[in-house]
Design a protein around this ligand. Structure first.
Ligand code: ADP
Ligand code: MG
Length: 367
């Protein structure tokens, strides 16, 4: 119910991205056009969608169907998914849907761009920690040592067979892939396409913390997307004003377990096999949605990029993340929260970021 209220308030409830704060419920909910909304569980998380206008209902229904289709292709816990076929092929080539081939190509590109901080072949290590099954454990170092050589995105091959057999994927011996760090972003790209096709000019979605805002709010103002305080689920470090954009957060507070007084979270540093300890507590990546994309074909876009980079830059830490942003190789902005109480915002969105009143964080702009 709280979730729905937030949607009506036009406050993007993004799990990780939004604490609803103290926005007054009564005034906002009663005025202006009401959105069509949809909420369901998929990809191991809650999906919230809202859209305005004539095409809204059809768009939300198509979006849910599309997300469920993607889950059935991309899940590695569903034994009949294409990802499961890839993971159990023992290194042999597997025919895949064009969308899966495109997503895997994008994943490999983002792995190379981040020097392996993002790596979908992290799967065996994620399993060793129990994050796939929810039966958590700290793996023995010798087990991790045996698994780490399997983590190498360079052995993921994606190609189109010359004999007309279509898109093919193969992994190295013993490898498996986990798309948990990129699938929701890809799903948000597909929703962008569906909103466009259905003439939805105003809407917003949160796919388990992967936010996409379409256009502006019906009253013409920007959508407000709150960035959760990693140290306190009831408050946020600030609010972003966004139109036609993706905003994706990765944080160590989103999935974790505790053992012997120590916390272990689900974002793994591929160089150690351990949960990343980079000094960051959350990373939010923001990028413009390319609404001019004229085609109806679903291709990985800015949503996919934001998801991959939120995971990768969390692993990299603030200094490397800032250097990566400054390199200009990809068009994005970011909000980093550090474990020593700082919030770092890149110049491109500094004007769109409103600090939380009375916050104990120190705010800095990355230039
Ligand atoms: P969330 O899924 O909570 O939104 P992320 O987008 O950061 O958070 O994805 C984390 C998930 O990605 C993990 O649960 C795991 O499946 C996978 N993963 C963990 N570490 C990495 C990594 N270094 N590169 C790619 N995927 C990862
Ligand atoms: Mg991610």
């Amino acid at each position: 119910m709280k979730r729905l209220l937030c949607l009506l308030l036009s406050c993007v409830l993004a799990g990780s991205l939004c604490a609803c704060g103290s926005t007054s419920a009564s005034s906002a909910a009663s005025s202006g056009p009401q959105p069509e909304t949809d909420e369901f569980y998929a990809m191991d998380t809650v999906m919230d969608l809202a859209a305005y206008g004539d095409g809204a209902k059809a768009a939300l229904s198509a979006a849910q169907t599309q997300i469920e289709t993607l889950e059935s292709l991309l899940s590695r816990t569903k034994t009949d998914s294409e990802v499961s076929a890839i993971n159990t092929a023992g290194g042999a080539a597997v025919s895949v849907a064009p969308s899966v081939a495109q997503l895997l190509s994008a994943a490999v590109e983002y792995s190379a761009a981040t020097d392996g901080a993002f790596d979908i072949t992290i799967a065996p290590v994620v399993s060793a920690w129990g994050f796939t099954t929810d039966s958590y454990q700290v793996p023995a170092q010798e087990d991790l040592n045996a698994l780490l050589p399997l983590v190498d995105y360079k052995q993921v091959k994606v190609w189109n067979a010359a004999d007309g057999a279509g898109d093919q994927v193969s992994l190295g011996a013993g490898q498996s892939i986990d798309l948990g760090g990129i699938a929701k972003g890809y799903a948000s790209d597909t929703v962008e396409g569906i909103f466009r096709e259905n003439g939805v000019d105003s809407g917003m979605i949160s796919l388990g913390g992967n936010v996409y805002v379409r256009g502006s709010k019906p009253d013409g103002s920007a959508w407000r997307v709150a960035v959760q305080d990693p140290a306190d689920s009831q408050s946020y470090v600030g609010v972003l004003s966004l139109t036609d954009a993706f905003a994706v957060t990765s944080g160590g507070y989103q999935r974790y377990f505790e053992q012997d007084g120590k916390r272990y979270h689900h974002i793994i540093d591929p160089s150690t096999g351990y949960p990343a300890e980079s000094g960051l507590t959350s990373v939010t990546i923001v990028a413009a949605a390319n609404s001019d994309a004229g085609s109806n074909t679903i291709t990985p876009g800015a949503g996919t990029m934001c998801d991959a980079f939120s995971t990768a830059l969390f692993v990299m830490g603030a200094d490397k993340a800032a250097a990566f942003w400054r390199s200009g190789a990809y068009d994005f902005d970011m909000v980093l929260v550090t474990d020593d109480g700082r919030v770092l915002i890149t110049k491109g969105i500094a004007d769109q970021f409103e600090q939380s009143e009375g916050s104990d964080y120190a705010y800095e702009v990355i230039r």
